[in-house]
Design a protein around this ligand. Structure first.
Ligand code: LMR
Length: 404
């Protein structure tokens, strides 16, 4: 099935556009919003409504994988509404699903149509990664295989690794060279590593694994414990893997501008309650919902994007899993590891180099580092490394938080 364009609300009957899109040959329809978005086919919105569009920026292309799933179903509407990239930022959505989920993907596109978002300039759906990523400025990689009954963590890594190596090659072939990639599908750090290693044309720095969800969870726990509004909690880093080995950093966190440990004077709570609560929150939610968190994952993905396109306030940071090449903390290079970052708001970032690491933190960080090095060993065949070994079989499963 080829990439298919869905008309947006309005000026032409959607069915006519769908019929035209469906009748195009060859089947490999390029993901080109100029050609297929009904707004662009039928009229120039800036002529029709100059007041609305006067301050609009050029349209950006946002590719989303796993687009018919629960997380995307929250995130897409936030993106289309303008609350993520800004109220002056038109968006072309390029959605990737599967043969199996194609009806649902059409349903998502229809709901986007019906939502009448002015900034949403086109929606394209399809099942070919290289079409989804065509000229993409952002790739939000949500789709991943969930772990099935009896499946070992190594098997999950292997199966998702295949998906992310294929998608990484498609990014390499099709995406904009400065495309920012945010991997949400688990195990997100190693999936991001695989995608990055398979997309050498793209900047290694631009591959992120979503740990902003963990940061938000950590801030929530500290705010509740301190009896303060959550915005007063700043400089909260997540170190390591999006797994139960992750390290929510209370040592460097601040509450109302003061060290969090001077506000919550309870080191036992930080070590024995706060840390495991944050690290196993995903698993706790799975037990409640019977499925993974979706809404808060979407919200934190939006936060992760905004963190890159908004200047980080002085002294603050945000967390994201990024490539460790050249990191200032001596963490093994060539893995994807969550660290504290700062951005000027231009989509790029630097790793904060002034975080204090005490013995407790160092030991915890080393355990998560060790886990990610082992995960890399399990996918070595997918990232062009010869002779890697996978020695995580039989080891306690931490990759999907708390699910075991
Ligand atoms: C979460 O942290 O909520 C998810 O990553 C959990 C999961 O296993 O999907």
């Amino acid at each position: 099935m080829a990439m298919k364009a869905m008309s947006m609300k309005g000026l032409k009957p959607a069915t006519a556009v769908r019929a035209r899109a469906a009748s195009r040959t060859p089947l490999r329809v390029r993901a080109n919003a100029e050609q297929y978005g009904v707004f662009r086919l039928s009229y120039d919105v800036s002529k029709e409504d100059p007041a609305l569009t006067r301050n609009w920026k050029p349209t950006i292309k946002v590719a989303v994988t796993g687009a018919s799933g629960n997380i995307a179903n929250h995130l897409l509407f936030m993106v289309a509404s303008g609350e993520v990239y800004g109220k002056d930022q038109p968006i072309a959505l390029q959605l990737l699903g599967s043969e199996r989920s194609y009806n649902a993907l059409e349903g998502v596109a229809m709901e986007l149509e019906d939502s009448l978002y002015p900034l949403l300039r086109s929606v394209q759906i399809g099942i070919k990664p290289e079409e989804c990523f065509e000229a993409a400025d952002w790739a939000l990689m949500i789709g991943a295989k969930p772990r099935g009954p009896g499946m070992e963590r190594a098997d999950l890594l292997a199966q998702n690794g295949e998906i992310f190596s294929v998608q990484g090659r498609a990014l390499n072939e099709a995406a904009h060279e400065n495309c920012k990639v945010i991997v949400v599908g688990n195990p997100c750090n190693t999936n991001a590593l695989i995608a990055m290693e398979n997309a050498p044309r793209l900047r290694r720095k631009n591959f992120h694994a979503l740990t902003r969800l963990d940061e938000n969870r950590a801030k929530c726990q500290m705010a509740v414990k301190a009896g303060k509004f959550y915005t007063s909690v700043t400089r909260t880093a997540i170190w390591g893997n999006h797994s139960t080995t992750q390290v929510p950093d209370f040592l460097n966190s601040k509450i109302g501008g003061k060290p969090a440990m001077n506000v919550i004077k309870d080191i036992k709570w930080f070590k024995e309650e706060f840390t495991p609560t944050v690290a196993t929150r995903g698993g706790a939610l799975i037990k409640k919902w019977g499925k993974s968190s979706a809404a808060s994952t979407a919200v934190s993905t939006a936060d992760a994007i905004r963190a890159l396109i908004t200047p980080t306030p002085p002294g603050d940071c945000f967390s994201s899993g990024v490539c460790t090449d050249g990191n200032p903390y001596g963490i093994t290079e060539g893995i994807n590891f969550s660290m504290p970052l700062r951005s000027d708001g231009d989509g790029d970032y630097e790793v904060c180099d002034d975080f204090i690491i005490d013995d407790w933190l160092r030991e915890k960080i080393a355990a998560s580092e060790d886990e990610l090095v082992k995960e890399r060993g399990c996918v070595s065949h997918l990232i062009g490394v010869d002779g890697g070994t996978c020695d995580i079989r039989g080891v306690a499963d931490t990759t999907v938080p708390g699910e075991a």
